[in-house]
Design a protein. Structure first.
Length: 400
């Protein structure tokens, strides 16, 4: 059965949810699924904005057909060519052979890479600032290269003031009936997944996001329709503000994330003691992660969220404990910057982790590693409690 909703008088959400997928991109765990949003504009011409993932293909096609109500599909705007949105293009071409595809110069080579159908006579190539009339509606194209693929563009419907924002302003998490931001408790139920989505998928491209935000500022946007997650139809400054902070790599909150790795509990014990010292020094906003039980995407999300990070890990094969090393590599790949970090290390005969973690942080931009990193041999002893306390006081002074 079809399952769609009206967004405006002429625009319909025709996407679908996937609550079966374990790992988005075969990497990121999906606790609460994901939605693949697609939108159908019923004007003098019918225009679909992006397709959907193959996994939800049947529902998606049924939704499109139901909203079309016997009309044909005239245009598909391809804002993004990643397969979670483009996979169904081939099926759309089969169903609607007269459909034309609207994309930019980088879109069509990618379509030919992913598909074998003949593009001859089907392409409408647009560039920055071009407009396209569908009848009552005028579409205006805004290029958004590397947010987070090179062909990405956004489409602005000047008539209804709707921005089709591709992955921008998207989120992990399936839509549970409510498809608009004002139909959910976003802070309670969505913000963490929106941050995890942004930081892990788009996080590396902060500068490009800033460029798009500047372009968007010149448009009168009333509704934002992203390819994942809720549609924003009020309080737009809230989500635009979050994107501004995240893409500038500014912390969202003053607080401390403690991420520790521990093989037998001794480094964990040091992290626990340190957390209590922080609390006794007055820090209230502390979160702790055992990185062996926390997916690295959660660690990345919280490292973007908090102003201060404590990394604690043992030495392993004369290097950094592998899961901590992976976390650091991910931080580097996603270009996290401008955080203050305290390092706690451990090693039973040749402790190296403090030095190696500090060195890897030095490869990232704007990371301040606090003096007084603490290295223990096997386990924390009374003699080192004062060192630890001194480090916790430095953090407390900055956070409070
Ligand atoms: Fe949701 Fe970049 O694809």
């Amino acid at each position: 059965m079809y399952c769609f909703r009206k967004v405006t008088d002429a625009l319909y959400w025709v996407g679908a949810n996937d609550r079966r997928l374990e790992l988005f991109e075969n990497i990121f765990p999906l606790r609460d699924g994901v939605s693949y949003n697609s939108y159908l504009l019923m004007d003098e011409k019918t225009v679909l904005f992006d397709a959907a993932d193959y996994a939800v293909g049947r529902q998606f096609l049924e939704n499109v057909q139901a909203v079309l109500g016997g009309r044909t599909l005239d245009y598909l705007v391809v804002n993004h060519m990643e397969p979670d949105h483009c996979a169904m293009i081939g099926d759309l071409v089969l169903r609607y052979p007269d459909m034309k595809l609207i994309g930019n110069a980088k879109t069509f080579p990618m379509i030919s890479q992913f598909f074998d159908f003949d593009l001859e006579g089907k392409m409408v190539t647009v560039k920055e600032g071009d407009t396209f009339s569908t009848g009552k509606h005028t579409l205006h194209f805004v290029m958004a290269p590397m947010v987070h693929w090179p062909e990405v563009m956004m489409t602005y419907d000047e008539t209804d003031k709707v921005l089709f924002s591709a992955d921008g302003f998207g989120s992990f998490k399936a839509l549970n009936g409510g498809i608009f931001n004002d139909e959910v408790d976003f802070d309670r139920d969505w913000l963490d997944e929106a941050r995890r989505y942004y930081t892990n998928i788009v996080g590396k491209y902060g500068m490009q996001v800033q460029n798009v935000l500047k372009k968007a500022a010149s448009l009168d946007i009333q509704i934002i329709c992203p390819l994942h997650g809720v549609i924003w139809r009020n309080n737009l400054d809230y989500i635009i503000g979050k994107y501004d902070i995240w893409s500038k790599y500014e912390p969202e909150e003053k607080g401390v994330m403690i991420a520790y790795a521990s093989m037998y509990g001794n480094t964990e014990n040091m992290a626990e003691v340190f957390a209590m010292m922080l609390s006794e020094a007055g820090v209230k906003n502390i979160c702790m992660h055992n990185i062996s039980k926390t997916h690295v995407s959660e660690l990345i999300s919280d490292s973007f969220k908090y102003s201060h990070i404590v990394l604690a890990a043992p030495t392993y094969n004369n290097g950094i404990y592998p899961l901590m090393d992976n976390f650091l590599e991910d931080m580097k790949a996603l270009a996290l910057k401008n955080r203050t970090v305290a390092v706690l290390g451990n090693g039973s005969w040749a402790p190296q982790s403090t030095k190696l973690i500090t060195s890897k942080l030095g490869e990232m931009k704007g990371m301040t590693v606090l003096d007084g990193a603490v290295t223990v041999k096997s386990s924390l002893k009374d003699a080192q409690m004062e060192e630890l306390k001194s480090l916790s006081r430095q953090i407390a002074q900055e956070v409070l």
